[in-house]
Design a protein around this ligand. Structure first.
Ligand SMILES: NC(=O)c1ccc[n+]([C@@H]2O[C@H](COP(=O)([O-])OP(=O)(O)OC[C@H]3O[C@@H](n4cnc5c(N)ncnc54)[C@H](OP(=O)(O)O)[C@@H]3O)[C@@H](O)[C@H]2O)c1
Length: 238
């Protein structure tokens, strides 16, 4: 039926989304750093959904790895999903945070377009950004700024690729139950499951949504969050 390349195939959200596509008979290509985890996921997808699942080792921070990927994967997928991400409490590795969340995904997408655009098979690029990118925040300042950059890049790319008939979806999840959030003390009622998010991403692909806030109530929260006067954040937030 079609194929989806998932960069960050070990991400809990990325994998949950891949499973929904597999359920709908898309062939899957999972790409990430941890191949033993990818092997397990490949077996699960192939046995549950009877589609092909390829896996590839790739560290998105390593330029040689990325170039090698394109030298070996000559055929364009129909969909590219970017699901890599990295957060740190104290943000000491600020370059790494900015690179994993923005610079490296942007470079990967640009190289994909050089390699695959002329084949005219690529129809959608889905980037997982975050509601955190909607406004700079004292805590997690590097992560939020890199997600802002990624959201803005995806929005611009959607306009740029419109005439090429390649649709771009900016996904903005709120809190989701994954490895990334498991040690954080978050209000349980506001945490979505990866399956819920995966299904919403698939639906957005089908309906060609531009921006997906998931769950939807985050669009209302972020509307008000963006109009809070700056001074309140300076004084009252930790
Ligand atoms: N969870 C949330 O509440 C939440 C909210 C908003 C947005 N998001 C965003 O959603 C996306 C998915 O996050 P998640 O919650 O599913 O997190 P996750 O399960 O921790 O997955 C992140 C994945 O990124 C991959 N990754 C990190 N550095 C990499 C690198 N250098 N090269 C290749 N892969 C690398 C890791 O793959 P390996 O395991 O193979 O190393 C890891 O599995 C991220 O962009 C995140 O910022 C998450």
């Amino acid at each position: 039926m079609g194929s989806i390349l998932v960069i960050g195939g070990n991400s809990d959200i990325g994998y949950a989304t891949a499973k929904v596509f597999a359920q709908n008979k898309y062939n899957i290509h999972l790409v990430s750093r941890n191949t033993s985890q990818l092997e397990i996921k490949k077996k699960e997808i192939e046995s549950l959904y009877k589609v092909k699942c390829k896996i590839t080792l790739l560290d998105i921070l390593n330029e040689d790895n990325v170039n090698n990927f394109f030298n070996k994967n000559l055929e364009s997928p129909n969909i590219i999903l970017i699901a890599v991400g990295h957060t740190e409490i104290d943000e000491k590795n600020y370059k790494k945070i900015a690179s994993i969340n923005y610079v490296s995904p942007m470079v990967f997408i640009e190289k994909s377009l050089i390699k695959y655009k002329t084949q005219k098979k690529l129809n959608t690029i889905i980037g997982i950004s975050s509601v955190a990118g909607d406004r700079g925040k004292k805590r997690g300042c590097i992560y939020t700024s890199s997600k802002s950059a990624f959201s803005s890049y995806l929005d611009g790319l959607r306009q740029r690729l419109y005439s090429d008939k390649i649709h771009v979806i900016t996904v903005k999840p709120g809190w989701v139950a994954t490895k990334m959030t498991k040690n954080l003390d978050l209000p349980k009622i506001m945490i979505a499951s990866v399956d819920f998010v995966g299904n919403k991403i698939f639906k957005s692909y089908k309906t060609k949504k531009n921006t997906l806030y998931v769950p939807k109530f985050w669009s209302i929260i972020m509307f008000f969050y963006k109009i809070v006067p700056e001074i309140l954040f300076k004084i009252f937030t930790k």
